[in-house]
Ligand binder design. Structure first.
Ligand SMILES: *Cc1c(COP(=O)(O)O)cnc(C)c1O
Length: 364
């Protein structure tokens, strides 16, 4: 073994894994991102050594110098993907190469070191293999994987850190929709922006989420579930939600979604575009003006609106509210195109439908 040695995550088993009874109890009551498995993947980067010390070790609190740059200047990026258990017990990831490539692009934007696709894959594979018993088998459940990277150098000067940590933690999660396929109501924010031209909107970084929390709180105050942002330059065009991309379905069957630029390039978004194109459904990635969207909904030209991302896969949107409008889309329920896309993608993820694209990557 020569080149593969560089991407081996050495397993150092936890001295205190939870008992079968404790794990069973934890897996019986799944909420998003509350319970974590017994281990985590970890690697360290320094400017003189590069990436080293790749290991799987006991899940534990980190010891961080109070001057660690991430705590002051938010030099941090992350990813989100899931491991799915198939009926035969095997465990698979959905398009993990896309997450690896996006992590590399986010790293470049945040002046963090790039982690190779091989290291990314090795880290999630080794962690999931070590904690395979934590991958739930209840329908609709999965093991959510959270790779992240941050500046751990203790230094208050402003420059890219010379010491960086990469970790992957894992959390068993239940079905996103516990009461059926529930449509969301969306607050369209005209006051705050998530990202601007030349900013970090296309990178998956914690800072973007920090900026979305106040508008998200505003959405709750307005009686809505989530916030949708408009473009920062003109306040005219639809961008995305705090953590999900958006799509429109038109009366003629075509779909539209905001073009890339200041939005995050979702793996789910890309998969939907590909499935639609292959199914003969015209797709358009373009600028979508809010006024045009509202007129389209009122005129019945826009028949469905949905959001998409790894956590929920696809979420119907039933209502849009803003300072001077409040509209219901169709009958406010999940439409047929939304439902069909949701079923197609989840069937591929859970191995119930042929994976014609080679999107699934076996982990265990
Ligand atoms: C992660 C994320 C998405 C969804 O991306 P997926 O790869 O589909 O999970 C969309 N928007 C933002 C801002 C995100 O952070």
């Amino acid at each position: 073994m020569t080149s593969t040695d560089a991407t081996t995550f050495e397993v150092r088993p936890s001295s205190h894994p939870r008992s079968l009874a404790e794990r069973t109890a934890a897996l019986a009551d799944l909420k998003f991102g509350v319970v974590f498995t017994d281990h985590m993947a970890r690697a360290t980067w320094t400017d003189d050594e590069g990436w080293h010390d790749r290991r799987i070790e006991a899940y534990a609190p980190l010891s961080l110098d109070p001057a660690a740059a991430v705590l002051h200047y938010a030099q941090e990026i992350f990813e989100g993907l899931k491991a799915y258990r198939h009926a035969d017990g095997s465990i698979w990831a959905f398009r993990p190469d896309r997450n690896a490539q996006r992590l590399a692009r986010s790293a470049e934007r945040l002046a963090l070191p790039v982690l190779s696709e091989a290291d990314f894959h090795a880290s999630i594979q080794a962690l999931v293999a070590t904690d395979a018993e934590w991958v739930p088998s209840v329908p609709g459940s999965s093991l959510y994987l959270r790779p992240f990277m941050f500046a751990s150098e203790a230094f208050l000067g402003v420059r890219p850190a010379r010491r960086v940590d990469y970790l992957v933690i894992a959390s068993p999660v239940g079905p996103y929709f516990t009461n059926g396929f529930q449509p969301l109501s969306i607050w369209v924010d005209a006051e705050y922006n998530r990202a601007g031209p030349g900013g970090t909107g296309a990178a998956k970084c914690g800072g973007n989420y920090a900026a979305s929390l106040l508008p998200q709180a505003q959405a709750y105050k307005e009686g809505c579930d989530q916030v949708c942002f408009l473009d920062a330059a003109t306040g005219t065009y639809l961008e995305e939600l705090g953590g999900m991309n958006v799509f429109l379905v038109m009366k003629d069957g075509s779909v539209r979604t905001p073009a890339l630029g200041t939005i995050l390039e979702g793996v789910t978004r890309d998969s939907i575009l590909q499935l639609c194109r292959e199914g003969g459904r015209p797709v358009e990635e373009s600028r979508i003006a809010l006024t045009e969207l509202l007129e389209g909904i009122r005129a019945g030209e826009v028949t469905e609106v949905f959001a998409c991302g790894t956590a929920a896969v696809i979420t119907p949107i039933g209502r849009l509210k803003g300072t001077d409008f409040d509209v219901t889309i169709g009958d406010g329920q999940a439409g047929p195109v939304t439902t069909e896309l949701y079923e197609t993608i989840t069937d591929i993820q859970y191995g119930r439908r042929e994976d014609a694209h080679g999107w699934m990557s076996r982990l265990v």
